[in-house]
Design a binder for this molecule. Structure first.
Ligand code: CDP
Length: 221
């Protein structure tokens, strides 16, 4: 149990729909940790680009990112961009479509990673995304890679969107996930991959509780 408690760092990576956010949030609650949703920060930068119409003017966007302030509240449930609550705006289909192309820009990643490392400097955190185990917290106490079949991930995301009354189809959700997977795994800087020493967890057919209990078990052992 020596790693359990305030100072532990848990880093978790995986593709869209692998269950990272839900699992990390619950583990954070159970172990009293800070929850860091790193994808929300790239989504916030995408909202910034939409607000300033700089989706294709990357130099301008880099300047804006350097000058902007991104902050979380309510243990990761709410996200603020320059003091305004953009928690709903980060999950729109437009952001889903644009985010991977914005997140591949190295200068943007550098700024965001620095911010994430500052948030996690004291430990007591579970952070999830695409490069947490490989780039942001390569020395984390626990590194986990969550995955599931693309069909199951699409089904989960589709059910989630339906419950939010978003008008979409299973096929288009699966297409969007496949496109984003391809961009996230093939990009030059910080591509999504499992760190060599990460514990790989296939969540296909597993409930959230099973995965949460497994992770809490590893940390508490
Ligand atoms: O929730 P979902 O897994 O669909 O996405 P997310 O975690 O909110 O991340 C959205 C996008 O941000 C990803 O598809 C990546 O392109 C990018 N991202 C990244 O590049 N690095 C991270 N550490 C987290 C997200």
């Amino acid at each position: 149990m020596d790693k359990l408690g305030e100072r532990v760092t848990i880093a978790m990576d995986g593709p869209a729909g692998s269950g990272k956010s839900t699992v990390a949030r619950r583990v954070a609650e159970k172990l009293g940790l800070l929850y860091l949703d790193s994808g929300a920060m790239y989504r916030a930068v995408t909202v910034l680009a939409i607000q300033h119409k700089t989706q294709t003017n990357i130099d301008k966007l880099i300047e804006l990112v350097k000058a902007c302030e991104i902050a979380f509240d309510d243990n990761g449930k709410k996200i603020f961009l320059n003091s305004s609550n953009i928690s709903d705006q980060i999950r729109t289909p437009e952001v889903n479509r644009l985010v991977a192309d914005i997140a591949k820009v190295p200068e943007i990643r550098k700024e965001i990673v620095r911010h994430q490392q500052k948030i996690g400097a004291g430990g007591g955190i579970i952070a999830e995304g695409r490069d947490l185990t490989t780039v942001v917290f390569p020395h984390a106490d626990f590194k986990i890679y969550l995955d599931a079949s693309v069909q199951e991930r699409a089904k989960r995301r589709f059910t989630e969107l339906q419950s939010q009354n978003v008008d979409t189809t299973l096929d288009s959700v699966e297409d969007e996930i496949r496109t984003r997977d391809e961009k996230d795994t093939s990009r030059e800087h910080s591509p999504l991959r499992a760190a060599e020493d990460a514990i790989q967890v296939d969540t296909t057919g597993k409930s959230i509780d099973e995965v949460v209990d497994f992770i809490v078990g590893i940390v508490a052992d």
